[in-house]
Design a binder for this molecule. Structure first.
Ligand code: PLP
Length: 382
């Protein structure tokens, strides 16, 4: 049966409790990072099982800060995926380091460990795997390569709240990890981010750099060149409530993901993102690939929208295909750093996935009837 209202592809799961929490902060007049941020850090540490958590203003700053604290800088190469949000590789550029794009696995859409190995040079310092759409990367293989070749690992967990490998939350398979709480993520603060690590010394450095290089006691002595990446206490208050609701939110997300995987498992015209054994997807984004020759993204998205089902493409332009990478002359560091000519880079698997994926609604407001309607409508198309 046709529906009269669009099922949204993005929806924000915010309730009265978040509103109340923000009002309390505003009434207290203590708007800057304070007790709410400390309490959120504690809750996020328990949630992820990572010892040290530092709140920051957004996920882009989280990655930038993580790389900076690891002293990754000019002329270092950092291996990452081109099939991600631009912030992953931009955070590398911000430090002066050079993003080295490596192709992905056609089934998991994540960095292919074999290709990582082939791309390591004497300048490679680190690997930044991105758990794309919330699908955990093959961290066992990536860690082995990193240990073998003496490389640092920074996990981009922006999309991976609630994703785990063998019961261990992502972000615990590397030196440091960055999270985003942007308004569409599984757990949302509007903006917001966190850097997590199990290394105490690194954590202290992260906390200092995010606060203009101060000591933990504050004051006006600055020991490191740092940034102001502090989170407001309004954001932290929302995040505190989101942490209290994390189980409820993630249970619904995982339910949606499991239902899609079950209802679409025999639909041969599309391929669902492959999840490796013992890996738990965060169920942030459901983006199947079109396998049927002759069917385009535009056709399928147009069809779904005509049936009131929200759909869109996400990264149909890979990071190196973005106009700002095709011509880096507007980036000031290109005056002193010899970047590769990104217009010559080719990651064929990523390019294929960029052209053939489409997104289905994964929001917590989906009902069972919505899930059945969406999957039935999709099957009818083929
Ligand atoms: C994979 C990935 N990395 C990094 C970011 C950057 O996070 P933010 O938007 O909070 O700066 C995002 C999100 O938006 C993302 O999806």
């Amino acid at each position: 049966m046709m529906r009269d209202k669009m099922i949204p592809v993005v929806d924000v799961d915010i309730k009265e409790a978040e509103l109340q929490a923000v009002q309390d902060v505003v009434k207290s007049k203590y708007l800057v990072e304070g007790k709410n941020a400390r309490s959120f850090e504690q809750k996020f540490s328990e949630f992820t099982g990572t010892k040290h958590v530092t709140t920051v203003v957004n996920g882009t700053c989280a990655l930038h800060l993580a790389l900076t604290a690891l002293e990754i800088g000019p002329k270092d190469e950092v291996i990452t995926t081109p099939y991600t949000f631009i912030a992953s590789s931009n955070s590398i550029l911000f430090t002066g380091a050079i993003p080295k794009f490596v192709d992905i696995d056609p089934e998991t859409y994540n960095l292919n460990p074999e290709k990582i190995e082939e791309s390591i040079t004497k300048n490679t310092r680190a690997i930044m795997p991105v758990h794309i759409f919330g699908n955990p990367c093959d961290m066992g293989a990536i860690k082995d390569i990193a240990e073998d070749r003496n490389l640092l690992v920074i996990e981009d967990c922006a999309q991976a709240h609630g994703a785990s490998i063998d019961g261990k939350h992502v972000g615990n398979f590397s030196d440091v990890a960055g999270y985003s709480f942007y308004g569409t993520k599984n757990l949302v603060g509007g903006e917001g981010g966190a850097v997590t690590t199990n290394n105490e010394e690194l954590s202290e450095k992260i906390k200092s750099i995010k606060n203009h290089g101060r000591s933990p006691a504050g004051g006006y002595a600055h020991y490191l060149i740092g940034y102001n990446f502090r989170m407001t206490d309004m954001t932290a208050a929302i995040m505190n409530v989101q942490m209290d609701r994390a189980e409820e939110i993630l249970t619904k997300r995982h339910y949606n993901g499991d239902r899609y995987r079950d209802l679409l498992k025999d639909t041969e015209e599309i391929q669902l993102q492959k999840i490796l054994p013992k890996h738990q997807h965060s169920d942030y984004i459901m983006a199947p690939l079109i396998l049927k020759e002759g069917t385009t993204q535009e056709q399928i998205i147009g069809y779904l929208k005509s049936k009131n089902i929200g759909s869109r493409t996400i990264y149909s332009l890979l990071s190196y295909q973005q106009p700002c990478y095709q011509d880096l002359s507007n980036w000031p560091l290109s005056r002193v750093i010899n970047y590769p000519d990104y217009s010559k880079v080719k990651c064929l698997i990523s390019e294929n996935i960029a052209k053939r994926h489409f997104e289905l609604p994964m929001v917590t407001s989906l009902t069972e009837e919505n899930l059945e309607y969406i999957t039935e409508t999709l099957k009818q198309y083929f």
